[in-house]
Design a protein around this ligand. Sequence first.
Ligand SMILES: [Zn+2]
Ligand SMILES: [Zn+2]
Ligand SMILES: [Zn+2]
Length: 144
Amino acid sequence: MAAREQETTAPETGLGVRQRATWQRAAVSAAVAGLQEFRSAQQVCDVLRAEGRAIGMSTVYRALQAMAELKQVDVLRGDDGEMLYRRCGHGHHHHLVCRVCGATVEVTGEAVERWADRVAEKHHYTDISHSVEIFGRCADCAGS
Ligand SMILES: [Zn+2]
Ligand SMILES: [Zn+2]
Ligand SMILES: [Zn+2]
C-alpha cells in the first residue's frame, strides 16, 4: 500500500508519537469542522488524503473517537450502524439525516424531551440523556 501511514517510533520518550498525534488530530479536527454532513471515519480519511495528508484510517478513527469523548465532535450511529461524525451547533438537538447524500437538518423536539423526562421519572431514573436521529431521503434525493 503506497498510502500506508508511516509509523515513526520514539520509544525512549514517546515524544515523537505524541507530536505525530497532535498534527494528525489537528488535521482531523480541521477536516471535520468543514463538514456540512455527517461523514464516516473513512470519508474523513478520504478528505485528508485528497489534501495530500499521509494519514492512516486507524489514526483518523482514533482521533474522531477521542474528539467525540471530549464532545469536540458530534457522533451518531447511521442507519447502517456506521458511526458518523460532524461538528454541530451548541445545545441539545436532534438530526434529520438523508441516508442517501447525508444532508442534515438540526431539529428540536419538545414532545420527545417531555416524553423522555416522563419515562425516566416514572422509573425513577435520574441524570438521563437520550439520542434520537431521524433518517430518511431528502427532497433532492427523492426528486425525480
Ligand atoms: Zn447537530
Ligand atoms: Zn439526500
Ligand atoms: Zn432530545
